[in-house]
Design a protein around this ligand. Structure first.
Ligand code: SIN
Length: 283
């Protein structure tokens, strides 16, 4: 059990998630506080801050940079001035929401982001919560036989379901992705079981949004086992659920967490801004 000198850390569920107190992340923070926040992230996988002010996006970017290089999302790079900032906006009448299915972010990249920092500019009174699932537990709770079977398997990840003309996301929602004719899919292959580069723990690294098949197997051959693992990975006892308020922040470790943005209130206005942090090759 880690003890913290500067911040308070209050777990949200027994599986994942903690609320961090006693810190204003828009301030210049000393290295000792950043080290404690990083440790809390490694211990709890997703950490939450309340009552923050990141209206000045330079503060959001500056806090993010304390944990690594800013990542530019290829599908949200729509020619805006700040390509490192993704705006996830829902307006009344939206039929779909970005991130509404269980996933880890942007795993089609050769080096998927290490994490993401999401800030609520305007949260709805009710609805629009985000759920998070612990992927260490997803791996550790498999039987020894299943662990043996999937160890060494690799999975094909690509972004054809979430961007590009065929995905046709933009007509259903306010948050736009690239759908232009020059868009090209990005595809990479990653191990199904990864070893977290900082904790050394093994976790499941699959998600139903980006993964299509196991390397060397057809989609049809892969699907039965993939569907089993997708369901298993997000069992309720591996999760927590975060209720947003304007000024709340969630910072998740994208290497060992899946998340889902609940699209449960179609009349809501929900405005979020998100940065991502460059990650490593998955091993
Ligand atoms: C995402 O990063 O997938 C969006 C999460 C959210 O809007 O709650």
């Amino acid at each position: 059990m880690t003890t913290y000198e500067h911040i308070t850390v209050t777990p949200l569920s027994s599986a994942i998630g903690a609320t961090i107190g006693n810190v204003s992340i828009s301030s210049e923070l000393d290295d000792g506080i950043i080290a404690e926040i990083r440790q809390a992230l490694l211990d709890h996988l997703v950490i939450f801050f309340r009552d923050q002010d990141l209206t000045d996006i330079e503060h959001h970017k500056a806090f993010t940079k304390r944990f690594g290089d800013l990542f530019v999302h290829p599908n949200f790079d729509l020619g805006q001035n700040n390509p490192e900032m993704v705006y996830l906006t829902r307006l009344p009448g939206d039929k779909s929401a970005a991130g509404e299915e269980w996933h880890a972010d942007t795993t089609m990249m050769a080096s998927p982001p290490m994490g993401a920092i999401l800030y609520a500019i305007e949260a709805p009174e009710v609805g629009g919560d985000t759920l998070f699932a612990n992927q260490y537990l997803a791996y550790e709770t498999l039987s020894d036989g299943m662990k043996r079977m999937i160890m060494g398997l690799r999975a094909v990840h690509n972004d054809t379901r979430v961007a590009g003309p065929a995905a046709a996301k933009n007509k259903k929602r306010t948050s736009k992705v690239r759908e232009d004719k020059n868009w090209q899919a990005t595809e990479n292959i990653h191990p199904v079981v990864r070893t977290h580069p900082e904790t050394g723990r093994k976790c499941l690294f699959l998600n139903g949004v980006y993964v299509h098949n196991f390397e060397g197997m057809t989609v049809k051959e892969s699907e039965p086992l993939l569907y089993y693992l997708y369901d298993h990975a997000v069992r309720p006892e591996f999760t927590c659920r975060f209720r947003w308020q304007s000024g709340s922040v969630a910072f998740w470790d994208n290497r060992c967490v899946q998340h889902l943005a609940l699209h449960d209130n179609h009349n809501m206005t929900r405005r979020m801004q998100r940065t991502q942090i460059q990650g490593d090759v998955v091993r």
